[in-house]
Design a binder for this molecule. Structure first.
Ligand code: ATP
Length: 288
């Protein structure tokens, strides 16, 4: 795993989360109610316990990043919040309301949109047709197809092209646009970087400030830890369905992230016992 890079960049300045502004702004979201609150969520795929009592609270305007290795349960978590997987136990609240048993379509029309892993575009449809699909049951809000074309400047000229003819990065942009035109309040992004070259990943993530400026909250899943740390205001690491680390990126060290990601343990303690750095805590520090 590459070492997480510093975040004192233009992105941080734009969000007001540079080291200078970080202290001032990071306390702000916590004063409001969470827009997404997950409590003790357990999800099974058959006999497999993919998530084990996961809790998290996402506040309006945040970029909340879930990181973890293959099979950690990241996609399952996102899909369960979107209503595509059913939990065995636990609750999901959206904007203060319990949506745990609400159908995925209703969650979507009430403002939870997902960009799924692998994009899932209609390959034989054009760029614009894919965007129109996203706009079918749109809420009212700032995002229109024209505005998506402004966000991704290349897209308008290619609007009549079938999406199966686009590159992976271009397809990812269309998938994001398709989610945006529904005018969600919460955007769930599953592995945006998957299969894309680093420069393309940077470009894709480059649009996040504009998305946040339109009032959205972002909950994203990433295997690319450096990328997640670069954009996140809050971080949660999963390992085999459990939370191994949770906090603000500014409060964790690269060593802590690496240990949580791989499930590494500290050196044996004086009493001879080996202790985990984060002993599988499922308690969110912001949970109540
Ligand atoms: P990846 O980055 O590989 O997608 P992930 O952290 O998103 O990993 P999940 O896809 O949520 O992890 O998978 C968690 C566990 O659940 C894995 O062991 C996976 O094999 C299993 N799993 C996921 N979906 C299913 C399914 N539909 N049926 C059976 N097992 C599943």
């Amino acid at each position: 795993m590459s070492e997480p890079e510093g975040r004192g960049d233009a992105w941080a300045e734009e969000r007001g989360t540079s080291d200078k502004g970080r202290r001032r702004l990071e306390s702000a979201p916590e004063a409001s109610e969470p827009i997404i609150e997950v409590r003790d969520l357990t999800v099974h795929h058959g006999q497999l316990r993919a998530l084990d009592r996961i809790s998290l609270r996402v506040f309006p305007g945040e970029v909340y990043a879930i990181i973890g290795a293959n099979g950690a349960g990241k996609s399952t978590l996102l899909r369960t919040i979107a209503g595509l997987n059913q939990p065995t136990e636990g609750t999901i609240r959206y904007d203060g309301k319990d949506v745990t048993r609400i159908r995925p379509e209703r969650r979507a029309t009430s403002g939870i949109a997902m960009v799924p892993e692998g994009r899932r575009l209609f390959g034989s449809l054009t760029v614009e047709e894919n965007l129109q699909v996203g706009a079918t049951y749109a809420r009212t809000g700032p995002w229109t197809i024209e505005r998506v074309y402004e966000l991704f400047s290349w897209m308008k000229d290619r609007r009549a092209q079938r999406t199966e003819q686009l590159s992976g990065g271009e397809q990812q942009a269309v998938a994001i646009g398709r989610a945006l035109v529904a005018n969600p309040r919460v955007l769930l992004l599953d592995e945006l970087s998957l299969g894309l070259a680093p420069v393309v990943v940077q470009r894709i993530y480059g649009m996040l400030p504009q998305i946040l400026a339109s009032g959205l909250t972002v909950l994203l899943v990433e295997q690319d830890v450096s990328q997640a740390l670069r954009v996140a205001s809050h971080l949660q690491c999963l390992l085999e369905g459990r939370t191994t680390l949770e906090g603000k990126p500014s409060d964790v060290t690269p060593e802590q992230v690496e240990a949580a990601y791989f499930g590494l343990r500290t050196a044996p303690a004086a009493d001879g016992h080996e202790e985990a750095l984060w002993p599988g805590s499922t308690t969110s520090s912001r949970g109540s």
